[in-house]
Design a protein around this ligand. Structure first.
Ligand SMILES: *Cc1c(COP(=O)(O)O)cnc(C)c1O
Length: 378
């Protein structure tokens, strides 16, 4: 049996008529830039999340950059990010000249550790060299961070929280949808491999604050003012392509069903993998519904790479998210102390393995994958 890590073809077949109709409409009207589908999509995304304002943009990376620009983040500012995430979470504050301050994760959920976050903020404050200016918790692998613990002290210290929901659109925590978790702003990505992906790059920023929404829309188009040649600030060319909005409108039709399927696949994996010595299946926090951007297992001592090789030999692709915690990257100053300073991020990077995951994975395929994992350990 040949397994795909993500099966885009099966999804495309399911929506091909609607996809073609939606894309043809953009082609026939030549409405490639900011066509009516952009507003239509933004309305749908607001409806879906319950957030008041949605500004679509060219990528999840720009969706992180734009709120940071709106807040005037720059040199001398500290922005708190988890030590274990995709590079962009730390890259965007650094691009603006701010200093990313890394915080270790909780070992079971891989999410930023709220206690260590509060400690890090107080430490930076008392050192007095940098101004704590923003926090970017990440909804890693599809489940929201612990906002109920983070927001109270962030609000008390007047530090805005930017939710990095690039991997978590469609997830929920304590009755709140990702991208509407009570943070000042939330960023998501429509990169093809994300839970709601388009056929190229795309992203969106959500907020309930009308003033911030207006600034975000200005930043998206070169800092435009009342018209596009009355520029009032430095901005970006950060628009989402209309064709990608047309793709997303088609995908949104089946997205609630796909979320259910993702839960089915995760449950099926958990059942089939239970009782294998040396394999730990992922844990979702009580009160959360994950959208399963990735299904990451952790393996006991030094078996990860051998298992990955064995699975590859059996036509089962796997991936490692992420093989290197961000503070261990050479470009960051503390890289040589990463293992001691961020032990959970370090250990996770050595043990984690993402299994094939998409809403169209069948029970037979899951059984096959898990039987090979069982074979490896017996
Ligand atoms: C994918 C991702 C991003 C960046 O999104 P792009 O659309 O690829 O720019 C940012 N943060 C996290 C956690 C991601 O997984």
């Amino acid at each position: 049996m040949k397994i795909k890590f993500i099966d885009f073809e099966r999804q495309q077949n399911r929506i091909s008529d609607l996809l073609k109709k939606n894309i043809d409409l953009v082609l026939s009207k030549n409405s490639f830039i900011m066509g009516p589908q952009i507003q239509e999509l933004e309305n749908k995304l607001c409806q879906f999340t319950g957030a008041r304002f949605c500004t679509t943009c060219s990528s999840g990376t720009d969706a992180l950059l734009m709120p940071l620009m709106a807040w005037g983040i720059g040199p001398g500012d500290a922005v708190f990010v988890p030590a274990f995430t995709f590079f962009a979470t730390a890259e965007m504050p650094a691009l603006l000249g701010a200093t990313p301050i890394f915080v270790d994760i909780s070992p079971q959920t891989f999410l930023i550790n709220p206690e260590l976050l509060e400690k890090a903020i107080l430490r930076v404050k008392s050192e007095g060299k940098l101004h704590p200016r923003a926090i970017i918790p990440v909804d890693l692998f599809g489940q929201p961070a612990s906002y109920e613990l983070i927001l109270p002290f962030a609000n008390e210290l007047h530090i805005p929280v930017l939710e990095d929901a690039a991997q978590a659109f469609g997830s929920r925590r304590n009755g709140k949808n990702a991208c509407n978790t009570g943070c000042e702003a939330s960023a998501t990505s429509f990169f093809p491999a994300k839970p709601l992906g388009c056929y190229g790059d795309g992203g969106a920023v959500f907020t309930n604050n009308p003033e911030l929404a207006e600034v975000l829309q200005s930043i998206r188009v070169h800092g435009k003012g009342i018209h596009k040649y009355a520029n009032v600030r430095i901005g970006l060319n950060g628009r989402l392509d209309t064709i990608q909005a047309a793709v997303l409108l088609a995908k949104m039709e089946i997205f609630p069903w796909e979320i259910e399927q993702r839960s089915r696949v995760a449950d099926d994996y958990a059942q089939n993998l239970s009782g294998i010595d040396g394999v730990s299946t992922p844990i979702v926090q009580e009160g959360s519904k994950s959208v399963w951007a990735q299904y990451c297992i952790t393996l006991s001592n030094n078996t990860r790479d051998k298992l990955a090789k064995f699975l590859a030999e059996n036509d089962i692709p796997t991936n490692i998210y992420y093989p290197c915690p961000l503070p261990a990257l050479k470009l960051f100053p503390d890289n040589e102390e990463c293992k001691e300073k961020f032990p959970c991020a370090w250990e996770t990077s050595q043990k984690i393995l993402a299994l094939p995951f998409h809403p169209y994975l069948t029970s037979k395929e899951i059984e096959y994958i898990c039987s090979k994992i069982r074979d490896f350990f017996s």
